[in-house]
Design a protein around this ligand. Sequence first.
Ligand SMILES: Nc1ncnc2c1ncn2[C@@H]1O[C@H](COP(=O)(O)OP(=O)(O)OP(=O)(O)O)[C@@H](O)[C@H]1O
Ligand SMILES: [Mg+2]
Length: 491
Amino acid sequence: MMNDWAGLPATYSDVLRRAMDSLFRTFENFSEGTFIVDAEARVVWINKRYAARFGFADPEQAIGRDCEAVIPNSLMREVVKTGKPILLDILETDREPLVVTRLPLKDDAGETVGAVGFALFDELKALTPLFSHYSRVQEELIATRKSLAQARRAKYTFGSFVGTSAASLEVKRQARRAAQLESPVLLLGETGTGKELLAHAIHGGSARANQPLVTVNVAAIPDTLLEVEFFGAAPGAYTGADRKGRVGKFELANGGTLFLDEIGDMPLPLQGKLLRVLQDKEFEPLGSNRIVRADVRIIAATSADLPALVAAGRFRADLFYRLNVLTIHAPPLRERASDIEALAYAMLEDLSTQARGGSHYELQDDALRLLCAYAWPGNVRELRNTLERAVMLSDSERIDARALAPFVGSGQGGALSAIQGAPHAQPPAVAEPGNPAMQPSSWNEAMAAFEKRFLSDALRANGGRVVDTAAQIGMGRATLYKKIAAHGIEI
Ligand SMILES: Nc1ncnc2c1ncn2[C@@H]1O[C@H](COP(=O)(O)OP(=O)(O)OP(=O)(O)O)[C@@H](O)[C@H]1O
Ligand SMILES: [Mg+2]
C-alpha cells in the first residue's frame, strides 16, 4: 500500500522504515564523521572529513583496514562482536575528544553483519558543560596518576644504605646483583635492619625502575581483605563497603615490582593463591571472568624466622622455595658495630638539614662510644629514633654521652644493659621494664656504671697500658689513674 506522507501513515512497518531512514539521515547530516565496518571490523566506508581527521587524504586508503588501524581506540569491533550498540560514548583522540554513537548493522536473520559509527564533532555545543566537566575530571585523573606514580617510585637507592663494614658491603653487593636479575628476592633480617630500604634500592636499580613499585604490608591488612587487596575485585563481587570494585596490587604493579612486606604473616590459603600466580603469571580478580596477566617481580621481606615457620607448617614449603632464590640476610647492627659511626653521622646530617634555624648537630666522642657499646635490638631504626629524640631534647648541638644516655634503650635500662653486657656478638639486650637488675636506680649510678665499663674496655683494648689508653680516649693520664682507683678497676 502506498502512503501519502501528507496524510497519516497506514502501517507501523512503514513508519518504522521512514523513521529509520530519517534517523540515519539526521545522524549523517549532523555528524561530521560516518564510518561503516563489516563483520570483521574492517572499514567498508568512511566519509572524507572523518578520514582526513585521522590522516587519510583519500578515504579509499582506509578501506579494507582494521577499524583500529584507522581510528585508534575504536570500539567498532566490540559492537560487531556483541551485536549491541554503544549509543553514546566519548572517543579519545590525539586532538579533542569526540562524542560518538555506534550501532550494529543486522541482516534479515538478525545476524550482525557490520556496524556504523557516527562522530558528532560539530554538534558539541549542547554538551559543553558536560565536556568541560569531563576534561577537568580527566586532568585531575592525570595529575593524581602522576603523583601516585611518583609515590610508587623507589624512595631509596643503594647510596642510601650506609655502611662500610664487611657485612654491609656484602649485603650491598648481593642487592646490586639482585637488581640485575628477574627472579624473586627474599629479604631476611631482624626488625629495623633496612629490608625495606633494600627493596626500594633493588627496584630502583633494576630494569623495572620506571615502572611502579607497589608495597603490600601483609601484617597490616586483615586476613579477610588480603585477597581483594592482592588480586582486586569486580564491581559488586562482594558485599563490602567497596561495591565499586577494586584494582588489586598485583595489577597496579604490572610491569614493575611488588614488595610483599612481612610475608611471614600471610595466611596459608593466600599463600597457595600467591604461589599459583607466581607459577601461571596470571590471575582472575574476585568475581570477574577477566584474566589478568601479571608481569610482576616479587621482592618479599620478613623479620620472622621463615624456615622455622615452614617447619611448623605455618608457611608453605613450596612457596618458600619459590621465593628463596635470591636471599639476602640483612645483618643485625650489633654484628656490624663499625657501621654505627657512619650511620650516626649520616643520621645527624639528616636531622641537621631537617632542623629549622640551621642547626648542626655533632656527636662527642664519648657519645659515640656509648652508641657503639649498645646492642641495638631495634637495629638501625632504633639508632635513628634514639638520635632523633636526643637531638630534639638536647640543649646543645654538641651531644655528649650524658645527653645521649637517657635515650639509649629508650631509657628503660638499655643504656645500662649496654654498659653491663659484652657489647657485640651477644643476643640483643632487650630492655625488660619489670626486671630490676636492668634498671639503673639513679642517673649517677648509670653514668658511673657506664664509665667503669667504658674504661675497663678501653684499658683491655690497650693491653692495660694507662698511658696509651688515656691518649686513645682523650683523657688526662692523672684523671684516668684517679678513675681507675675510684672504680676499683683491675689492670
Ligand atoms: N644501612 C642503612 N643506612 C641508612 N639507613 C638505614 C640503613 N638501614 C636501615 N636504615 C633506616 O632505618 C629505618 C628502618 O629501616 P627499614 O624500614 O628498611 O627496616 P626493616 O628491615 O624493613 O624493618 P622491619 O622489619 O621492622 O620492617 C629506616 O628509616 C631506614 O631508612
Ligand atoms: Mg620493613
